[in-house]
Ligand binder design. Structure first.
Ligand SMILES: CC(C)(COP(=O)(O)OP(=O)(O)OC[C@H]1O[C@@H](n2cnc3c(N)ncnc32)[C@H](O)[C@@H]1OP(=O)(O)O)[C@@H](O)C(=O)NCCC(=O)NCCS
Length: 316
């Protein structure tokens, strides 16, 4: 097995390793290319390595990158992924050591990663190398067809009294300032999503790249609450090429001064109605275990909890 820097022709190899491990969250080669193309490689660092057999087959990969919403020049997200058929042969250890050597010139002060709690071997691998659990995120899923909005309708209608619900698809046709207004709300509310380090807001160009230019983004499924002409809450979803019957929940958020009135619930009901109309089977979401209001809304609506994702950290 040889370790070398990732090259463009390695996309199918790394995607097949990732999909063999996380078979419930398959990615296509195109989606992975797009994700990389939208990473701001000018401001942030991203590097990847692959492990290949003598016949050229990629069986593992690793990487590190800055985390745009928790940017610090010496803090990085790290990953090591070994195809299940090639685990327990020392590939992971070698890739990890290679990764650390690649990171050393940046003098890292913090490394983060995450693993689903059902992956006992991966957790042990990380803990043996000095990573410790810092928090968890619950994954939960809603069965769209069986969802009954009736019990929530009155609360949602009361919350939206005097306010309009619109989509980004509609708004960008009629309001030339839609993008700036959306960005203004988005960077403000993101500051309140629980995360383990200081929040660093994205620029409007990064917002455009990461969200609006994302081919998985669905402008007709991005719901906004509008008070007069100001956006005050949002909820949106992403579609998946490899799982066309599933939607992934993006951010749901309400500006601080409007919270606790049922506005987030009302927007999530619109998202589910959108999913139902278009025949999606399931909505999946991830919530930090410290995000009590969001977990409360999802539980009330009937999202069913799945295994948690454990976030790990190491200060080298
Ligand atoms: C989570 C968030 C979107 C909720 O928005 P909102 O418009 O206030 O939500 P709603 O009013 O529809 O519902 C909030 C519910 O949480 C409940 N709640 C609030 N604080 C709570 C707490 N500490 N523990 C338990 N429940 C809580 C409220 O009582 C309300 O439930 P109820 O309608 O049954 O009384 C908002 O807090 C927010 O924008 N947070 C920052 C962004 C974020 O973290 N988004 C989620 C990322 S995964």
């Amino acid at each position: 097995m040889t370790i070398r820097p990732f090259e463009d022709h390695d996309y199918p190899g790394i995607v097949s390793v990732g999909n063999a491990i996380y078979s419930d969250y398959p990615w296509s080669v195109d989606e992975t290319r797009h994700e990389d193309a939208r990473f701001d490689g000018v401001r942030f660092v991203q590097r990847r390595f692959v492990a290949a057999l003598p016949d050229g087959r990629v069986v593992a990969h690793s990487g590190f990158h800055h985390v745009p919403n928790m940017y610090h020049p010496q803090k990085f997200w790290v990953d090591v992924l070994v195809h299940p058929e090639f685990q327990r042969r020392g590939f992971g250890s070698r890739l990890y050591d290679h990764l650390m050597a690649g990171l050393a010139p940046s003098r890292p002060v913090m490394l983060w990663s995450n693993v689903r709690e059902t992956f006992a071997d991966s957790l042990r691998f990380a803990k043996r190398r000095g990573f410790a659990e810092i928090r968890r995120a619950w994954e939960s899923r809603l069965d769209v067809a069986s969802f009954n909005p009736a019990p929530f309708q009155a609360r949602a209608e009361a919350a939206m009294n005097r306010m309009a619900v619109v989509t980004v698809a509609e708004e960008r046709e009629r309001d030339p300032r839609c993008r700036e207004k959306l960005y203004d709300m988005h960077v403000e509310v993101l500051a309140d999503v629980p995360q383990p380090d200081a929040y660093t807001p994205q620029t409007i160009d990064q917002f455009q790249q990461r969200l609006l230019d994302n081919p998985a983004y669905v402008p007709g499924g991005h719901f906004l609450a509008k008070d007069d002409n100001r956006y005050i809450a949002e909820s949106f979803v992403f579609r998946s090429e490899e799982r066309p019957d599933v939607l992934y929940q993006g951010l749901t958020a309400t500006r601080r001064e409007y919270r606790g009135r049922g506005i987030a619930l009302a927007l999530k009901l619109r998202v589910v109605a959108f999913a139902k109309q278009r025949g999606y089977r399931e909505i999946r979401t991830w919530n930090d275990t410290l995000n009590a209001p969001m977990l409360h809304i999802n539980e009330t609506m009937g999202f069913v909890r799945q295994p948690a994702w454990v976030m790990l950290a190491k200060a080298p």
